[in-house]
Design a protein around this ligand. Structure first.
Ligand SMILES: CC(C)(COP(=O)(O)OP(=O)(O)OC[C@H]1O[C@@H](n2cnc3c(N)ncnc32)[C@H](O)[C@@H]1OP(=O)(O)O)[C@@H](O)C(=O)NCCC(=O)NCCS
Length: 176
């Protein structure tokens, strides 16, 4: 039986904050030496999952990745710095915010290059959804992100209803 996440002790945003640093190598880039968008999405997914793991303390799967803004190109040799934290915990899902910077150590430049919001769902080892602890916000910025995440969820749900996105059912046979 799915218990309510609100019965679990709350966790703060600091608890989930995660950081990852990657040196961009030629294998990560296109012929012009710019980081591939898909590779950046992979890094965003990983650092987002770290925050979700830390908050939920369970396995998580990516349910959606949205609102990705690629603000500026990233070049081979740049240091990519990615930071993530929980914006809001719902029942079994959590919205995670990811912000990405580059540091060009030779030019001494530090620039914001991308931002994204992802939703992760907590699951047990059998793949069943499990509730996540509520998020306790402290700083004003954390409260703003919490409210914004609620608005994004309302918009997402309205859009899913409009597009009639099918619910995942592992028992449904695959049509070819
Ligand atoms: C994500 C997944 C677990 C949702 O399962 P489901 O049975 O459709 O679940 P429901 O529709 O009942 O929603 C469960 C929760 O997920 C959230 N959710 C489901 N689809 C979502 C989406 N597209 N975006 C954001 N949240 C979503 C719901 O809001 C709900 O949150 P809540 O429990 O906090 O209220 C399921 O679709 C899945 O396993 N997808 C594949 C995940 C995966 O493999 N990811 C890696 C990428 S290949």
């Amino acid at each position: 039986m799915l218990q309510s996440g609100s019965e679990l002790p709350p966790r703060t945003v600091v608890h989930s904050q995660s950081e990852m640093t990657e040196l961009i190598l030629p294998n990560d880039t296109n012929v012009l030496g710019n980081l591939l968008g898909g590779r950046l999405m992979n890094f965003i997914d990983l650092v987002g999952a770290m925050a979700a793991y830390r908050h939920a303390r369970s396995h998580v799967v990516t349910a959606s990745m949205e609102h990705i803004d690629f603000i500026a190109p990233v070049h081979v040799g740049d240091l990519l710095i990615l930071k993530s934290s929980i914006n809001r915990a719902f029942h079994t899902s959590m919205e995670v915010g990811v912000k990405v910077w580059v540091e060009n150590t030779i030019a001494g430049i530090h620039r914001h290059v991308a931002s994204a919001y992802l939703t992760f769902v907590a699951i047990d080892p059998q793949g069943r959804r499990v509730p996540v602890p509520p998020l306790e916000t402290e700083a004003d910025e954390e409260k703003r992100r919490y409210d914004d995440a609620g608005r994004r969820r309302e918009i997402r749900e309205a859009e899913a209803r409009r597009r009639r996105i099918p619910k995942f059912d592992p028992a449904t046979p695959i049509k070819t």
